[in-house]
Design a protein around this ligand. Sequence first.
Ligand code: ATP
Length: 476
Amino acid sequence: MSWKRSENQANSEPLKPLIERGKMSARIKGLSDLQTLVSLCKQRGFVFQSSEVYGGLNSCWDYGPLGSQFKLNVKLSWWKAMTRRPDIVGLDAAILMHPTVWRASGHVDGFTDPLVDCRDCKNRFRADQAESKDGKLICPSCGSQNVTEPRNFNLMFKTHMGPVEDEGSVVFLRPETAQGIFVNFENVQTSTRKKLPFGIAQIGKSFRNEITPGNFTFRTREFEQMEMQYFVKPGTDEGWFEEWKKTRWDYYLRLGFNEQKLRFKPHGPGELAHYAKAAFDVQYEFPFGWQELEGIHNRSDFDLSQHQKFSGKKLEYFDEVAKEKFIPYVIETAVGCDRLALALLCDAYREESLAQEDEAESSGGADVRVVLGLKPELAPIKVAFLPLSKKPALQELAGRLRNEAAQKWNVDLDEAASIGKRYRRQDEIGTPFCVTVDFQTLEDNEVTVRHRDSMKQVRVSIDQVMAYLDKQLNIF
Ligand code: ATP
């Protein structure tokens, strides 16, 4: 390999990339089927089937070494976007709550899906998701119309608290995190002395006994939610609803989403949840079609009023300026962390056909590279250190650089296989930068920094390389 020039001196001219890649766009293919991503996730340690050695547990997934870090980065991006604002604070409420919470919220009576059984193939499906002909539902599995009448099936998981399993010990695994926020409204407001409008953000597991889970991690029975409830004065709610739609749209663009694959979908009057005055979904175009990513709801004063009624405790806010008491309205933004992580992976996945001039990069004649074009902030590994050969001096130096970088970021040290193969491996998991230590490094104290997206390679002196990476990664 040959190198253009060094980026050592502060006065050096702008770097020229070693590889110019002008006509890339025509040779890029996005993700066309979910199965490709499922395979990559398994092979590279993003997501495994739960309890796989026992044949797996339907719709349950485990996040592997890369997946758990990636998911944490997704959560951090949301947490920072919320709680670094002066008007939003965080909360981490318990999964198990007093059973009356779920009567007050309407979940005991109303959190149901209409369930239908096919008498022929014994398949169970949701009436509201099935097609019908001549007023009769069609089984999505075998096409039979010999099906039962819909009956309501409650989606909450029930369990018992304590040693006695009777009706008095029933508790539910929460089906949403929001109620933990509502019942703590008073605690948070008085302990933080927040004035309206202010919000409470929470990330946590939720459980729903979904009738038809599926599409990988899109719809599962155990999942994580990132919900924020923004408490406002009644009358200002419609303005805040519009404000939050815009804020959340901007967040998705900042995460790097292709804007063409995002859209808002309003809920029609017949689709609104019992608590909602208005609702919009943010939808993403997954390989299996447009689907909800996030819900933005105007929940009015429904939840606080209900908890006030059922608990007998006042959940009003006193406005010191207007000298009046009222129950605040709530604007909610609710997104599934697993669903967002899946959408990000779908959006970031691309296959690039390499042109002639990229041949130096290709390994064993392979001319297609798979890239996860994740924003550095989200990538599970930020930098991989690659000694060009097994020569101890190169390995030792690469290891030393790796350890230094690990104090700031999640990094990798990859010593096996050809350099082309190692670049491909890092591209496939979204690593934004590779740092190669080669024979010339031992003479001139410079390493090669290779950029994932452009494949451009630049020489940087060892004592400048951490600052260089820091600037390029630009992680806030
Ligand atoms: P859906 O219509 O897809 O069932 P929902 O409208 O019931 O979702 P909400 O109750 O508004 O969903 O929950 C907020 C977010 O939580 C959803 O936008 C989605 O991202 C996520 N979510 C809800 N149910 C699941 C699930 N079973 N698996 C994974 N994520 C989920």
